[in-house]
Design a protein around this ligand. Structure first.
Ligand code: AMP
Ligand code: SF4
Length: 474
């Protein structure tokens, strides 16, 4: 379970007659956060209705399905998981019946102490329906002896460690929660009289809702017929927002922590040009993830930006090559080179990150085949040396090329004429340049190895102590 890494997006709306249709649109906008399954739960006349399935949002939902999700409130979830545990039973939102009625939950993030809690709950007779860490939260809520839902949630979350942005829907309320470190994003919006909560602000733009503010780290927002209430029941801890959202994961048209993601990416490119300059004829991005940083690099260094690679946008994650006899197209299925732009040219190739190094190796080979004279690879983040335990899908440490190879060795492996990464200091200062509001409030553990809230194995002893306290309360 510890290596169950998740990439997810959540979206919710309360107080709108078209709630499930808006949730559908919202999920559509954050589809990049998870492409394997999608689900929506709506609430009407104090009853919950839900539909979820494997596939993209557009494949899972249609007019008839949405008609069967009535009511003025709805929450939704998109998910991508890599561990083969992508079965129906793991699709969110989860809906469970408990002493106070029904409740649904949608989670973006990853809990680092969930199997310890799970073992403990199972030892006390709990029966789990899924293999997801999120279900642990629901069990803790239903085990709580507190009288009100808010208190039950607060009590449950006091036992939880990890990254979580959560949306709950009960038969009366929608509740949004962000973990005290604020690791994963969550924003609050308004559409006329309706409240909207989303992983990313680009979903608010789509439904023409106004971005009100971030859901703050450690904040619980309860929305019901009587309006909106905010609570901060958790002990304050250092804020550590995921810096990788800025580098790669979020959509560039989103605003996170009051910073425009596109602007941040351009600043990363500018900083990269300052730290890792090179003489060349063109700056070329790896599409689409490298585009904003390549623009920034080109603007800072004064070398023209060119599109040397074109991406086919219709290749999904599950693409299967048709027949063995015509196999072996590799990266060309997804990307093709513009030969005229590359022939005889010295190229700076810009991407946001190198994970295993397979992509950059193939692209560099493709550029050389297209006639490029030199290919200098520049990466708008520091070397990815450590796995993420907080909700971004990354392979294990031994598969991360930078955990076992020096930059020179990686450069040789991908056959680049030179390879340069952004420094951790440069990353932070580029992010800070976009708005001076907050500094020193980021997680950069996948680069630095400094996990702000610990990583799974180290938590066990401490958690068993917590359980003694739970058992004593019962
Ligand atoms: P690799 O071939 O393993 O080195 O992958 C590098 C590519 O994966 C880069 O072009 C990145 O944009 C992209 N990438 C980086 N992190 C992730 C992630 N967590 N999930 C999916 N793609 C990623
Ligand atoms: Fe984000 Fe990296 Fe921290 Fe994970 S380890 S939360 S990807 S910065």
């Amino acid at each position: 379970m510890f290596d169950l890494h998740e990439e997810c997006g959540i979206f919710g709306v309360f107080g709108h007659p078209e709630a499930s249709n808006l949730a559908y649109l919202g999920l559509y906008a954050i589809q990049h956060r998870g492409q394997e399954s999608a689900g929506i739960v709506s609430m009407s006349d104090k009853k919950l209705y839900n539909y979820k399935n494997m596939g993209l949002v557009a494949d899972v939902f249609n007019k008839d399905v949405l008609k069967n999700l009535p009511g003025e409130a709805a929450i939704g979830h998109v998910r991508y998981s890599t561990t083969g545990l992508n079965e129906m039973k793991n699709i969110q939102p989860f809906v469970v019946d408990y002493s106070m009625g029904s409740i649904a939950v949608a989670h973006n993030g990853n809990l680092i102490n969930s199997n310890i809690i799970r073992d403990e709950l199972e030892a006390h007779g709990a029966i789990f329906q899924s293999t997801m860490d999120t279900e642990v939260i629901i069990h803790l809520i239903s085990h709580s002896k507190q009288r009100h839902l808010k208190e039950k949630i607060v009590e449950a979350l006091k036992y939880i460690k990890g990254a979580y942005s959560l949306l709950f829907l009960s038969n009366k309320k929608m509740i949004a929660v962000r973990d005290p470190s604020g690791l994963r994003p969550l924003v609050l919006g308004k559409l006329n009289d309706a409240w909207v909560v989303s992983s990313e602000s680009c979903a608010l733009d789509l439904i023409e809702a106004e971005l009100v503010r971030e859901v703050e780290p450690g904040e619980i927002i309860i929305i019901d017929e009587n309006g909106f209430q905010s609570y901060k029941p958790f002990e304050k801890v250092k804020e550590t927002f995921c810096i990788f959202e800025y580098i790669y994961f979020a959509r560039p048209d989103s605003i996170m922590q009051n910073k425009d993601v596109y602007e941040v990416r351009k600043q990363l490119g500018r900083q990269l040009a300052t730290e890792q300059p090179v003489e060349a004829d063109y700056v070329i991005p790896v599409p689409d993830s490298g585009i904003p940083a390549a623009i920034g690099y080109s603007q800072e260094i004064g070398i023209p930006f060119e599109l040397g690679i074109i991406r086919n946008h219709y290749v999904g994650r599950t693409f299967i090559e048709p027949r063995q006899s015509i196999r072996g197209f590799g990266v060309k299925i997804k990307l093709n080179s513009l030969k005229k732009a590359l022939q005889g040219k010295r190229i700076v190739l810009v991407d946001d990150s190198i994970v295993r190094s397979t992509t950059s190796k193939k692209i560099i080979r493709m550029m050389r085949n297209a006639g490029a004279k030199e290919v200098h690879m520049r990466i708008s983040s520091p070397p990815t040396k450590h796995p993420c335990f907080y909700g971004i899908d990354t392979p294990s440490k031994d598969e991360l090329i930078a955990s076992s190879h020096s930059i020179d060795e990686i450069g040789k492996k991908i056959s680049a004429d030179s390879l340069g990464y952004l420094s951790i200091k440069g990353l932070r200062s580029a992010v800070d340049r976009v708005s001076s509001e907050k500094t020193d409030c980021y997680c950069d553990a996948c680069f630095s190895g400094k996990y702000p809230i610990g990583c799974p194995k180290k938590q066990r002893k401490e958690q068993l102590e917590l359980f003694k306290q739970i058992s004593m309360k019962k």
